[in-house]
Design a protein around this ligand. Structure first.
Ligand SMILES: [Zn+2]
Length: 165
């Protein structure tokens, strides 16, 4: 039946939950329905796709693990040098590891095999290859999760709540 985006009382996105849990929150009046998709759980009760908590909750920042999968997602599965999108993507250390470059969000990008080989043991500047964007740590794990759903083409109605996150 799909997932539901939970907004804080302040309208900031908080997390993603199951529709069942969302319905319970609404029935218990802990949350209000903000968006629904026209389907009904039962008569007069539309299935929510976005709900908002009535009480504000504080949330600590959650680290996003630096993994190949997450790096590929951050870089939209495209080579950060030439824009190529395909199955032959590798991870490139902007400052090569052999020269002290570390495994960090700021030093790792998605690169196609061709660009990775061409760049070799050089910095982008030395290789005269320009990065499409400066690599950085993702804003929040929720932002990460939400953009995954949006890129898969589902829950487009969430989009207006995640702008500027
Ligand atoms: Zn490339």
């Amino acid at each position: 039946m799909g997932k539901v985006l939970v907004l804080n009382a302040s309208y900031e996105p908080l997390n993603i939950t199951s529709w069942r849990r969302a319905v319970v929150l609404v029935l218990k009046e802990k949350a209000e329905q903000v968006e629904h998709n026209g389907k009904f759980v039962y008569r007069d009760f539309p299935l929510p796709t976005v709900i908002r908590l009535r009480q504000y909750v504080r949330v600590p920042y959650k680290e996003i693990p630096l993994t190949r999968r997450n790096l590929l997602h951050r870089d939209s599965h495209t080579c950060q040098y030439c824009g190529h999108a395909g199955d032959d993507l590798t991870l490139d250390h902007v400052m090569p590891r052999s020269r002290g470059g570390g495994d960090t969000w700021e030093n790792m990008v998605t690169a196609c095999v061709r660009c990775n080989v061409k760049k070799g043991n050089r910095t982008p500047k030395e290789a005269r290859m320009i990065l499409k964007q400066t690599p950085r740590r993702p804003y929040s794990s929720l932002y990460f999760e939400v953009t995954k759903h949006l890129r898969n083409g589902v829950h487009q109605e969430w989009r207006k709540y995640v702008i500027g996150m």
